[in-house]
Design a protein around this ligand. Sequence first.
Ligand SMILES: [Fe+2]
Ligand SMILES: [Fe+2]
Length: 264
Amino acid sequence: MQQLLAPINAFLGCETPESWIQAAKKPEQLHVLLIDHCNCELKAAQTAMMMIRKYAIEKSSADILKLWAKPYEDFVYSQTRDAKAFLNRDVKKNDITADLVASQHLAVSADLLSKMIRLIKEEFHHFEQVLQIMASRGIAYTNMRAGQYAKQLISHVRTHEPLTIIDKLIVGAFIEARSCERFAKLAPHLDDELAKFYTSLLRSEARHYQDYLSLAEEVAGGNITERVEFFRIKEAELILAEDNDFRFHSGMPTVEVLLHKTTK
Ligand SMILES: [Fe+2]
Ligand SMILES: [Fe+2]
């Protein structure tokens, strides 16, 4: 575990502050933590899908991706969702990705496609795992506003290619690395089932961070240290800034959050 975490901790600009862990381990915050975690897994899959739709597959394959995401999106966006029915749904064809047609858009398209497909499969699986734990604890999935973290990071992505894709990949690396760091920090404070689950997620999230970073380097075809440093500072600023919301990637909880006065 220390071997997995050492490069992640070296990559991130700061550790998760103790005050965030204090807020996160409160039993009354558990439903917020799990629902937001669930959303993060779906967002991670959707973001990777957008990356391959834009940079790695032929337009004709876009519908295959849509079909893949449909059950998850239908569940999340429907008002009459039923977690048990969703989890027990009949999955007819497990690997629709074999039908995707890779594009020659970028020299790294094939690598991007294979890494992102694996990532999407894992994020969808994590989504279902979180939902399963929630269902077993009687925590219903509800629509919850996303935190500012990812949105703020994405706001710094440069707007012309290939700088856009390089920045998006670096942002992906930071989000995955932070998730990994937080799972490790949280695990000792949670009950056995959640501690085991969060520890089990470390390995894949650590690989996702590495995949994003190596893809960014491949696309750039040169040194990206300066840009990584730019995002390292921006990311650490968000983690160390006061935050009125409590979320999986939120900043330092305000007094209101610590007193559990904000729930939305
Ligand atoms: Fe995940
Ligand atoms: Fe991930």
